[in-house]
Design a protein around this ligand. Structure first.
Ligand code: HEM
Length: 206
């Protein structure tokens, strides 16, 4: 038995539900910091940034599942749904912090930010694309849509990751290292998909 088979065997016995409390740990920590003054001089902006960054981390983690399987034969596929839903939770939180705490429901400003500030427009687009992904992240939707259509719909994840990374780069308006690293990781993870799709096509009998 190979090491990958051994790991997969052990993973099969691991339940998926503990990922939810684990994924909520950063949120619990931020809540603690918010109530104990640990978020610095501008707690709303800090919270907005922290939850945005956790959203992107989980989106990228979800994108890593297939490459890990292809490269190491270790399959984390059973945890992908949880990772995606946790990412969605942080995006919703990020959006709500912006809406309620940052812009305090000033609808005029909210509308003009969505229409006129490219990084907000891009963030909203990514958020909107995550909604059908989150709503259909259950077995009933897979059965109703059929695996093929469901798989096509969930390719939206790629657009979400690309838009999320570009949104981050546009937020900072200069060229610091962290958003560039995220963008590079997302670009490599997406490029790998293109390569694998081409390989699949060329392996098909003519
Ligand atoms: C998939 C969707 C999204 C992802 C992955 C994401 C991620 C991020 C990240 C990583 C940051 C920067 C954090 C830092 O500097 O440490 C950020 C900042 C921000 N995001 Fe998002 N975001 C998303 C959607 C949205 C949406 C829908 C909105 C609001 C409509 C939004 C509004 C903002 C704002 C206002 C900031 C801070 C800008 C500033 O510093 O002035 N984001 N986001």
């Amino acid at each position: 038995m190979t090491l990958a088979q051994d790991i997969n065997g052990r993973l099969r016995r691991v339940p998926t539900w503990p990922l939810y409390p684990l994924g909520l740990l950063p949120f619990a920590w931020m809540t603690w910091e918010a109530f104990t003054g640990g978020l610095g001089v501008d707690p709303v902006l800090e919270l907005e940034h922290e939850v945005g960054l956790w959203a992107l981390k989980f989106i990228v983690a979800g994108l890593c599942v297939t490459p890990i399987r292809k490269l190491t034969k270790v399959s984390l596929i059973k945890f992908r749904r949880q990772i995606g839903l946790i990412a969605f939770f942080y995006v919703v939180l990020h959006f709500l912090v912006w809406l309620f705490l940052d812009l305090q429901l000033r609808w005029g400003e909210i509308g003009s930010a969505i229409l006129k500030r490219p990084f907000i427009t891009i963030g909203m687009l990514a958020f909107a694309m995550m909604i059908p992904l989150a709503v259909t992240s259950n077995n009933l939707s897979i059965r109703r849509l059929g695996a093929a259509a469901w798989g096509r719909l969930h390719k939206l994840t790629y657009a979400v990751a690309a838009l999320g990374a570009v949104h981050y780069l546009l937020v900072v308006k200069s060229w610091p290292r962290e958003p560039m690293v995220y963008l590079a990781i997302v670009a490599v993870l997406l490029a790998a998909r293109v390569v694998w799709a081409r390989q699949r096509l060329s392996a098909r009998p003519a």
